[in-house]
Design a binder for this molecule. Structure first.
Ligand SMILES: Cc1cc2nc3c(=O)[nH]c(=O)nc-3n(C[C@H](O)[C@H](O)[C@H](O)COP(=O)(O)O)c2cc1C
Length: 307
């Protein structure tokens, strides 16, 4: 399998875009977006996923209507995804939405999640979704505003959302035990870097990784004060799914093979961990597919100015 640097670059280059060119995307692009949606890979195959593409109506303010934060200027389109299922539904919603967000980034389309957990019941009734449907977040998308003013606004709004502050890897990655913050070895460093670049609600970055006995475990923090108290505490699961998607996409991009196994399902021995961490999943990797001959990650250049 050939390494796909474009895909890896898109993972690192994706930024939340909050000011858009208000022109609608061309039909041919929207057709490609629909194809991307239809090709998303499930985390839990039994879950049923639907995502409808809509144009933003004149006067429609999704941030206000969803009870979300910040301001998003002149977005032309958005996706209303929902999921029906029994297990890991929020994780799976995040997993699928992030695949869409990264592939749209690779096409030069800007995206921004807008969280809906505080108002899911209202969202269900407003969009005629089934009563048991989970939504998690909408995904706004369109061409990023390229005017000087638009770029400046995007930078300012990202700063206001705390987005420029991504946690250093030593805060996210631990070797053998959670007492031992570490730098990941070169084989998995690009995967951890992909996760580090994940978007998360209020930039909470709940993901924590433990490598032990050759296995990579993903935990999420359950007590992030950034989310606030209430239904929005569950963004940690949605955001965990996003980080899993970035790792899956990074493996695809780098020609590595592996599969996520949810820890609530089969893993008999979950490593010891602090009580504020919730064990989510472990990555089962096929060692002989590692790296696929790609040049070191630090040499890949990517555009930092998309937003
Ligand atoms: C589930 C979810 C909900 C989000 N909700 C909002 C929102 O309501 N308003 C907003 O401006 N940004 C929202 N964001 C974007 C985050 O603020 C952003 O991902 C984070 O600050 C990191 O910045 P980055 O996406 O540029 O890397 C959301 C992101 C996620 C994953």
């Amino acid at each position: 399998m050939l390494p796909r640097t474009d895909l890896y670059e898109a993972i690192l280059a994706r930024r939340s875009v909050r000011r858009y060119d208000k022109a609608l995307l061309e039909q041919s692009m929207l057709t490609q977006v629909r194809e991307i949606i239809s090709r998303t890979v499930p985390l839990i195959p039994e879950n049923r996923y639907e995502a409808t593409l809509r144009d933003v109506a004149v006067g429609e303010d999704l941030v206000r209507d969803l009870g979300a934060y910040g301001r998003i200027v002149s977005p032309p389109h958005y996706l209303t995804p929902y999921m029906l299922g029994q297990e890991y539904v929020l994780e799976d919603l995040g997993y699928r939405a992030e695949q869409i967000a990264v592939h749209l980034t690779a096409m030069g389309i800007g995206t921004c999640y807008v969280g809906a957990l505080r108002r899911e019941a209202e969202v269900r009734s407003r969009f005629n979704l089934p009563e048991e449907a989970r939504v998690g977040a909408f995904l706004i998308f369109g061409r990023p505003s390229t005017t000087f003013g638009g770029r400046a606004v995007n930078r300012l709004m990202r700063a206001a959302a705390g987005a420029s502050r991504k946690l250093p890897v030593e805060r996210l990655f631990f070797q053998d035990t959670f007492d031992n913050p570490a730098t990941p070895a070169t084989d998995i460093a690009p995967l951890i870097e992909a996760a580090q670049h994940s978007p998360s609600a209020v930039n909470a970055q709940p993901w924590r990784f433990l490598q032990r006995d050759g296995q990579l475990y993903l935990f999420v923090t359950r007590d992030s004060r950034r989310y606030g108290r209430g239904p929005q505490e569950h963004y940690c699961f949605y955001d965990g799914g996003i980080a899993m998607a970035n790792i899956t996409l990074a493996m695809e991009a780098l020609g590595m093979r592996g599969q996520w196994m949810m820890l609530g399902r089969a893993e008999p021995q979950i490593p010891r961990h602090p009580t504020n961490l919730h064990p989510l999943a472990t990555l089962v990797m096929e060692r002989n597919h590692i790296m696929g001959g790609l040049s070191p990650v630090s040499t890949i250049e990517y555009d930092q100015h998309t937003s």
